[in-house]
Structures are given as structure tokens and as C-alpha cells.
Design a binder for this molecule. Structure first.
Ligand SMILES: [Zn+2]
Length: 232
């Protein structure tokens, strides 16, 4: 890429961004691009601590908000955009409402690249799937007037088979593989800083043990056999 671009990542919960894309965000910022992150909830139904750290349920939204702010500070992105919906209830919100909010954000930022969850949400979490459906629909409305903008889904190759993920076709076939070797330690530090979240600690260990020095995405473009590349 020759000129600086704007990237918008839309996810459901604080920590989704770091698990899927922490290294990529840090790398994009280092390359001079502008990165925004929007999360639909504050994840207040998540776990209440890990490794001896514990949080009261009533404090969890504030703690997870701070954990996300800390992660984005590490990467150097813009401050997070919180939509403030209730955790584990996104699928109950009317589609017009959620699509409308996503459209407002997308239209205000006018990203060159939107990155979000694909059809399975990677984990089949109903909130992730609701984000996929509504962010995708909002993007298509936006794209009708901004035809150069592109949509990518988080996608992961076969090496995660042990998790028995039921990924969709597009999520199993990444065509953008980002080398995050130089950003790996930062991503692990950000995951470990999600002290409220057991999953984040598990993923930090998993990425380290399996030396997963990349993050990957699939472009939604209708092409049957897109070629692999190392940038958006
Ligand atoms: Zn999540």
C-alpha cells in the first residue's frame, strides 16, 4: 500500500479484537494507517477473573472497557467506539436497530477496509453471528456509494482443527495472511492484560505454544479462487 488507509474493525466484545487481530492492528498503525475499533457490548456477562484476579459482576463492564482501552493504547489505534448493547443479547435486538448503528459508524468513518466476523463468528457465539449479519448488511448499504471500500472476515486455516470449529467456507479459506512476528509479544501482552477473561489467558498460551505468528482474513468479493497475499 502506498498511501495511508483507514481500517475499521467491528466486533462483539472487548478481547475479540486482540484474539483475532491484535498483531494486525499494531502493524497497520506502525505502517501509518488509521485504525478504529467498534465493539457492540462491554462483555459484562464474561468470566470474573483469572489467575487469582477477581472482579465483581457489577464492575465487569468498567474493567473490560479499561482492558480494551489498554490494548488499543498498546497498538496505537484510535480510542474504542462502544455501542453499549447488553452482552449475550445482540441477537434479540431488531436488525434495523443494529444495522442502523453499524451503518452510522461505518458512514462516519468511511473506512477503506472493514474487518468483522464471518458467518460462524469463529466460535458460533450468537453475539458474534449478530455482528456478522448486521455489520455485513450495513457495509453493503455503505458500499453502494463507496464502491472502493472492501469487506474482510476473520478467517483461520486448518491448524485450528482441534477446536472443532464449524467454520463457513469463506472463514476456512483466508486469502490475506498477515505476518505478526514483530507484533507477537505485544499481542500476547494485551491478551494477558485481559485479566478478567479466562479465554484470553487460554488463547495467549495457545498462541505461544503453537507459535502462531500470523493473523488471517478472507475478502468478501464473490471470487472463487482469490490469491493469497500478505496485506490488505
Ligand atoms: Zn466475543
Amino acid at each position: 500500500m502506498t498511501r495511508c488507509k483507514t481500517f475499521l474493525f467491528i466486533f462483539a466484545h472487548p478481547d475479540d479484537e486482540t484474539t483475532s487481530s491484535g498483531g494486525t492492528m499494531a502493524k497497520l498503525v506502525r505502517q501509518g494507517h488509521t485504525v478504529y475499533v467498534c465493539v457492540a457490548t462491554k462483555g459484562e456477562e464474561g468470566t470474573l477473573g483469572s489467575g487469582g484476579f477477581s472482579v465483581k459482576r457489577s464492575d465487569l463492564p468498567r474493567v473490560r472497557e479499561q482492558e480494551l482501552r489498554d490494548a488499543l493504547d498498546m497498538y496505537g489505534t484510535e480510542p474504542p467506539i462502544f455501542l453499549g448493547y447488553k452482552d449475550k443479547q445482540l441477537e434479540l435486538i431488531g436488525q434495523e436497530e443494529l444495522q442502523g448503528r453499524f451503518y452510522q459508524i461505518i458512514n462516519a468513518i468511511a473506512p477503506d477496509f472493514l474487518i468483522t466476523f464471518g458467518p460462524s463468528g469463529i466460535s458460533q457465539h450468537p453475539d458474534h453471528i449478530a455482528v456478522h449479519k448486521n455489520a455485513t448488511a450495513a457495509f453493503h448499504t455503505f458500499q453502494s456509494c463507496h464502491s472502493c471500500s472492501k469487506l474482510f472476515y476473520v478467517a483461520i486455516p486448518d491448524m485450528y482443527n482441534d477446536f472443532d470449529l464449524n467454520l463457513s467456507e469463506i472463514e476456512r479459506n483466508p486469502n490475506v495472511i498477515i505476518d505478526i512476528t514483530d507484533e507477537f509479544d505485544l499481542k500476547i501482552a494485551a491478551l494477558r492484560n485481559y485479566k478478567s477473561q479466562e479465554d484470553a489467558q487460554f488463547m495467549a498460551k495457545f498462541f505461544e505454544q503453537n507459535k502462531i505468528y500470523f493473523e488471517s482474513y478472507a475478502e468478501w468479493n464473490g471470487a472463487d479462487t482469490p490469491s493469497i497475499r500478505d496485506q490488505f
